[in-house]
Write a protein that binds this ligand. Structure first.
Ligand SMILES: [Zn+2]
Length: 165
């Protein structure tokens, strides 16, 4: 399997989700939120600022396997991440994707940015194309921006977490 993260490191693990949980994958900007049952971080493979991924700590596949406590944590973190993306003007809307067929439970929090809509259009059917385009065309500055935005989101979320959200 020839997979590389956006920093150019090869992803060797059988399960990317488990590798993220074990800290074996270098996440751009680091872990944004390290929770009881999930990790929130910038997607390590797609260089789009504000494109976040929630990975469950357990190797499961679907919402149906989550406890109610885990579902609550996921809901809270999605809400907070969405708020961060909007307040930090990264995107006005996000698209959530959870594919039960994936090997390891994860949720994409995808920021719908203006350039994407101009270039590809609006809607789920364009996500793969946008991701492929970002991977092929990201400059070093774009990767730096992904890291910077992840750090900004982390700072934002820590501030709100202290306020008890
Ligand atoms: Zn796994």
């Amino acid at each position: 399997m020839d997979r590389k993260d956006i920093l150019g490191n090869e992803i060797k693990s059988e399960c990317v989700g488990c590798a993220i949980v074990r800290g074996e994958i270098q996440l751009p900007g680091g872990v944004i939120y390290d929770g009881k049952s999930i990790i929130l971080a910038a997607d390590p493979e797609i260089p789009i600022p504000g494109f976040l991924i929630i990975t469950s700590k357990r190797h499961i596949q679907s919402f149906a396997e989550l406890s109610s406590e885990e579902r609550t944590e996921i809901g809270d973190i999605i809400a907070l991440a969405q708020k961060a993306i909007k307040d930090l003007k990264i995107a006005e809307t996000v698209t959530l994707v959870q594919e039960e067929r994936s090997k390891h439970f994860h949720i994409w929090i995808f920021p719908n940015q203006e350039w994407m809509q101009e270039k590809f259009g609006y809607g789920l059917q364009y996500l793969r194309k946008i991701n492929a385009y970002a991977r092929e065309n990201a400059s070093d500055e774009d990767v730096i921006r992904v890291i910077k935005v992840a750090e900004e989101i982390k700072e934002y979320m820590q501030k709100y977490a202290k306020m008890g959200l």
